[in-house]
Ligand binder design. Structure first.
Ligand code: G3I
Length: 322
């Protein structure tokens, strides 16, 4: 049948996956499916701070550049993930902040240097960047990260300004989870987007991760949420979709999972602002989910033996209809 990327192209949508670059190097089936099914790739880990700047001022682009080469060879676009997060920071940075050898002024400089260097390195090679990742709590208050503690909330505007200076063309995104529907967290992003716009700081897009669990129900108001960001002039994107189910999987759970995947894609296809739909990996054996959620998993489109699940067929059907 028609690969997802071909069906998506007819719907004017980029259809992406996160890529585990170790699997890409070692697993031929994984490599083949990545190239065949997807028109966009996101580095699952290898563009994160701890990987690209393991020592202060010493950058390692090896793994990220290999992914970009793969993407180019397969006619794929690349999403950048992520410039600023509270996780997967290098030890030199977190320790330096903790023991006081890096003060706030220096931390701000370090952040500026990092964003400038990374965005410049990838200039012209990416179509979207997740500039700030997961900066709000579910209740809409700012996440209490080292960035907030040391720099105050203005670090978010700074990050967008610095990224923009380094590459005026790439689309700059917020990115977070639990923001599919209209809720306190997505509203915090909506208000921040308005505020930044009023300050003259351009944000291009709102990235909705889309890590769902069938145990929590399908989020309401997804279409209305996309629409309010579109009305502000922002693009939207589903950036990390997966749908975990209680293990073991069975036909009923897999059917529910397929409905959830389809529900997010349908909202995306229903909005002119929604430019890409990315799954957070496609093969269960490489998924982050079972490591983090006890008793849940089987969250991807393919099982451990690369058999397509009902969710795969549901997405393809939705693309062809939508
Ligand atoms: O690289 C080390 C390796 O040297 C070591 O031997 C091994 C032992 O644990 O760990 C390896 O690091 C792991 C890393 O992935 C690379 O494989 C970390 O333990 C592991 O925690 C890390 O998990 C990643 C997670 O982000 C970290 O927060 C997942 O792969 C990745 O899928 C996940 O992705 C995030 C998005 O960036 C943001 N949104 C949520 C999403 C899911 O958590």
């Amino acid at each position: 049948g028609m690969p997802l990327r071909a069906a998506a192209e007819r719907a004017h949508l980029k259809f992406g996956t996160a890529v585990n670059t170790t699997a890409l190097a070692e697993d031929a089936d994984y490599r083949r499916i990545t190239g065949r099914e997807f028109s966009s790739v996101t580095a699952e880990n290898v563009m994160k701070w701890e990987v690209v700047e393991p020592q202060r001022g010493v950058y390692d682009w090896t793994a990220a550049d290999q992914l970009i080469d793969f993407a180019r060879a397969h006619g794929q676009s690349v999403r950048g993930h992520t410039l600023l997060w509270h996780n997967q920071l290098p030890a030199w940075l977190t320790q330096g902040v903790a023991d006081g050898t890096i003060d706030s002024a220096e931390l701000r400089e370090i952040l500026h240097d990092h964003i400038k260097t990374v965005v410049t390195h990838f200039k012209g090679k990416l179509y979207q960047w997740d500039v700030v990742n997961e900066v709000f709590n579910d209740d809409g208050t700012y996440r209490d990260s080292l960035w907030l503690q040391k720099l105050g909330p203005g670090y978010i505007a700074d990050a967008f300004r610095w990224a923009r200076e380094a590459d005026p063309k790439v689309k700059l995104f917020f990115n977070d989870y639990n923001v599919e529907g209209v809720n306190a967290k997505s509203t915090a992003y909506y208000e921040l987007a308005k505020q930044l716009k009023a300050q003259g700081v351009r944000v291009d897009g709102f990235g909705i991760q889309g890590h769902l669990s069938t145990q929590y129900g399908f989020p309401g108001d997804v279409g209305a949420n996309l629409k309010r960001f579109a009305d502000l002039g922002l693009q939207t994107a589903f950036t990390e979709v997966d749908v975990r189910i209680p293990l073991p999987a069975d036909a009923t759970k897999l059917a529910t999972q397929a409905d959830y995947y389809r529900g997010l894609l349908s909202a995306c296809l229903g909005s002119t602002s929604c430019t890409s739909f990315t799954v957070w990996g496609f093969a269960d054996q490489y998924s982050w989910v079972p490591d983090v959620f006890d008793g849940e998993g089987a969250a991807c489109l393919y099982d451990e033996s690369y058999r397509r699940k009902p969710a795969y067929e549901a997405l393809r059907q939705e693309l062809r209809q939508g």
